[in-house]
Write a protein that binds this ligand. Structure first.
Ligand SMILES: [Ca+2]
Ligand SMILES: [Ca+2]
Length: 81
């Protein structure tokens, strides 16, 4: 869990990370406006890329993205070139 938090802090510091040639991916902390450590469907609308991938990213189907679900989506997008 510490490792995951460090990763979130890292992406937060960078502001954004690159996911292949799909352009900039917003940082988790930028999308999580209410800071509950989840990205809700309405928070996801801040990014067209995330809004269109939201259902794919929500692997456990609880209607929100955890940090690990978000990172998994970024990794999937990176491979999906
Ligand atoms: Ca949130
Ligand atoms: Ca979820």
């Amino acid at each position: 869990m510490k490792k995951l938090l460090a990763l979130i802090a890292f992406t937060g510091m960078c502001g954004s990370v690159m996911a292949g040639d799909k352009g900039e991916v917003p940082a988790f902390t930028d999308l999580d406006k209410d800071a509950d450590s989840y990205i809700s469907a309405s928070e996801a609308k801040a990014s067209d890329w995330l809004a269109s991938n939201f259902s794919k990213a929500d692997t456990d189907g609880d209607g929100r993205l955890s940090p690990s679900e978000y990172l998994t989506l970024i990794k999937m997008s990176d491979k999906d070139r």
